[in-house]
Design a binder for this molecule. Structure first.
Ligand code: KIV
Length: 267
């Protein structure tokens, strides 16, 4: 395919997509080779996810990932990025206080080349502090993989009315505090739709149904090259494609046209 010729996307471009009803595409990226293909296809956001602890490093959780490793992988991706907006995850226990959060987020932006950082949970004080320092923040609610040892299982969140209300309240608070984006992971599709409609910032879903403003998948899951079982909410886009580039194009097309996720990928 032809290179998608475009200027680098800013957070304003991503927010405008929500306003204009254009679905936002996001994939995880951890290295220059895959990142170059993702960027070339025209995926809107690349997320250097701490899922790299599982799919790259072979750990069973994201907990062991360090800030140094996140900076290294963010550098690998940012070196080849031309158009996609670039977000990097803050790993486990790197935002336990506002000072820690600022120091570690600064590394991801200054040394890594990220444009935004993502934090799991309603860490309102940290989000406020980072935003005050001029660091854009993406919230992450629903299933929080860094809390797996507390949760006990990777399961759907927000099924009970009280839990659903808490997620809606947390989402509002994150927006009010200055978060620019929100990832919603593994929540019932109806709840994700409601939250997406209630917020003005874009909501990017994973296992959260088709009515979010955009979708994200772990690259290795959608290319079916993961080391563990693919989650139900993901899809093997390589199944009907002959190349990585074509699989990513198929994902891009399916998300932009609200053909993915289907009901079989939703809760
Ligand atoms: O680490 C990651 O890849 C993520 C996505 C699953 C949203 O946070």
């Amino acid at each position: 395919m032809n290179q998608v010729v475009d200027k680098p996307l800013s957070i304003n471009d991503i927010t405008a997509m929500k306003r204009n009803g254009e679905k936002i595409t996001c994939l995880t990226a951890y290295d220059a080779g895959f990142a170059a293909v993702i960027d070339k296809v025209g995926i809107d956001i690349m997320l250097v996810g701490d899922s790299l602890g599982m799919v790259i490093q072979g750990h069973s959780t994201t907990v062991p990932v360090t800030i140094e490793q996140m900076v290294y992988h963010t550098q690998c991706v940012s070196r080849v990025r031309k158009r996609a907006y670039l977000i990097a995850d803050m790993p486990f226990m790197t935002y336990g206080s506002t000072d820690m959060a600022a120091k570690n987020a600064a590394q991801l932006l200054q040394t890594g080349g990220a444009q935004m950082v993502k934090l799991e949970g309603a860490k309102i004080d940290c989000v406020r502090f980072l935003v005050e320092q001029g660091i854009p923040v993406c919230g992450h609610l629903g299933l929080l993989p860094q809390s797996i040892h507390q949760l006990g299982a990777y399961s759907v969140q927000g099924k009970e009315p009280e839990a659903a209300q808490k997620l809606r309240d947390d989402a509002q608070q994150l927006q009010q505090t200055g978060a620019s984006l929100l990832v919603l992971e593994c929540v019932p599709a109806a709840l994700a739709k409601q939250i997406s409609e209630e917020l003005t910032i874009p909501v990017i879903g994973i296992g959260a149904g088709v009515d979010c403003d955009g979708q994200v998948l772990v690259l290795y899951d959608m290319l079916n090259i993961g080391t563990s079982k693919r989650p139900r909410f993901s899809k093997d886009f390589m199944a009907d494609c002959n190349s990585v580039e074509d699989a990513i194009k198929a994902y891009q097309h399916a998300v932009k046209n609200a053909e993915f996720p289907g009901l079989e990928h939703s809760f």
